[in-house]
Design a protein around this ligand. Structure first.
Ligand code: MN
Length: 427
């Protein structure tokens, strides 16, 4: 079904600045607090936040079967539960209301006053209540780099990696929206050359450049999702910084995998960009050799061309872009991840979040973490002010950005930006 809202020639009566991530073709979904302290579900065009709760109350969605309070909520979970058909009806209707040729709301200043906010009048919230969070490890380049550093350069990829989208169950309690500062974590590490661990602040706090997808209710317990249906259960994507304490990770991860090195904070961008909006940017994913088992075999263009970058901004300094990567480098696709996740009957719910894993490209300037960019501290990165970084310093701000661009159409994710504060030491 072609998406009317994707028409690249469509323009909005809301001004859209040059190079904005949010033209009328994007129509992402988020949750924000308004200047009147009301929490609502909304979307964004240009630099205007649009209150969907108010639009619905004013009757603009009367032809779509929606409950009265569907947008008057502090999370998107119920709306996401309504399913793909409803998401499409709502996106197409928003696209119609804000089309330059439509006088309905364009000519009604009273309604505009109720519905429109500038971005600096709203405070973005976490868009969904994340029930469960899983993080994959699906970039071959990243898994190879980490395998070389943490284990054995000769056998960097473990034997299961090319057959299974490897992942672990993370923790959703510490997933936070962009703008929320975090603390350097305390914990155990094993100093180099020592045989007993010490307690203290992590000395190697790192970002992980990831994206994450948000699901709808996908299956009943016991029933897997076939690969050809998997994308129907993916609502959309956000940028995802999976904060990591590398020194703690190295000590704790054997034999059960990531734990406290990962769950002190994970930051996401606040606008969920739908898979429908990303359709024009579909691209093939890397060839898979060996061929995956039949339940993981997927046809067509399986990935998306999403440019990604990370900048570090020191306290009172200018940002330095430290890496540029692309979502299309992912070896395992989202559909393969979701299908594999449910092959045993594991239930996936509306608002669950699945991280891609760190997205590293093939070249050293496209690696998705400081661990790889500075190669475990041996090749520090130089910032624009001349300072060196092997990992993230106190008071540094880390900002991830992402966007797609093709034939003059740019659809983006905005950013996820997080400041690292000093540890709350208890020593
Ligand atoms: Mn991760």
């Amino acid at each position: 079904m072609p998406e009317k809202s994707n028409d690249p020639h469509k323009t909005s009566w809301i001004p859209v600045p040059q190079n904005s991530d949010f033209p009328i073709q994007n129509i992402p979904f988020g949750v924000f607090l308004t200047r009147d302290d009301v929490i609502t579900i909304g979307t964004r065009i240009g630099d205007q936040a649009i209150d969907l709760g108010a639009l619905h109350q004013l009757g603009y969605f009367k032809d779509i079967p929606l409950t009265d309070d569907i947008f008057l909520q502090d999370t998107l979970n119920d709306f996401i539960s309504d399913g793909k058909k409803t998401w499409r009806l709502v996106r197409n209707r928003i696209s119609e209301i804000f089309d330059s040729g439509n006088p309905e709301l364009q000519g009604n200043k009273e309604h505009q006053k109720i519905v429109l906010f500038t971005m600096d009048e709203v405070e973005m919230q976490l868009p969904v209540q994340i029930g469960d969070y899983t993080d994959f490890y699906s970039s071959k380049e990243h898994a190879t780099n980490v395998g070389k550093m943490f284990r054995d350069p000769e056998n960097a990829l473990l034997p299961n990696w090319l057959h299974i989208p490897v992942g672990y169950h993370g923790r959703s309690s510490t997933i936070i929206p962009s703008g929320t500062p975090i603390r350097r974590p305390m914990g155990q590490t094993l100093p180099k050359g020592s045989t007993s661990p010490v307690y203290g602040a992590s000395k190697m706090v790192d970002f992980e450049l990831e994206m994450a997808f948000i699901t709808t209710d996908a299956n009943i317990m016991g029933e897997p999702i076939p690969i050809e249906e998997a994308e129907d259960y993916i609502f959309g994507l956000v940028l995802f910084n999976d904060w990591s304490a590398r020194d703690m990770q190295k000590w704790e991860y054997v034999p059960l995998g990531p734990f406290l090195a990962k769950n002190f904070a994970s930051s996401i961008s606040p606008w969920i960009v739908t898979l429908d909006a990303l359709t024009p940017f579909r691209v093939p994913s890397p060839a898979q050799d060996p061929e995956p088992l039949p339940y993981l075999q997927q046809k067509g263009d399986k990935s998306y061309d999403i440019h990604l970058e990370v900048a570090i901004t020191p306290d009172k300094g200018e940002p330095t872009t430290v890496t540029r990567s692309n979502f299309r480098h992912m070896y395992w696709t989202m559909a393969q991840q979701l299908t594999h996740h449910t092959v045993n009957g594991c239930k996936v719910n509306s608002g669950d979040m699945m991280g891609s894993g760190t997205i590293s490209g093939a070249t050293p300037d496209s690696y998705g973490s400081m661990l790889e960019l500075a190669w475990q501290g041996t090749q520090p990165i130089t910032l624009s002010n001349g300072e060196l970084r092997k990992s993230i310093n106190d008071l540094d701000t880390v900002t991830l950005k992402g966007f797609c661009e093709k034939d003059g159409l740019r659809i983006g994710f905005g950013e996820v930006s997080t400041k690292l504060l000093p540890a709350l030491t208890t020593e």
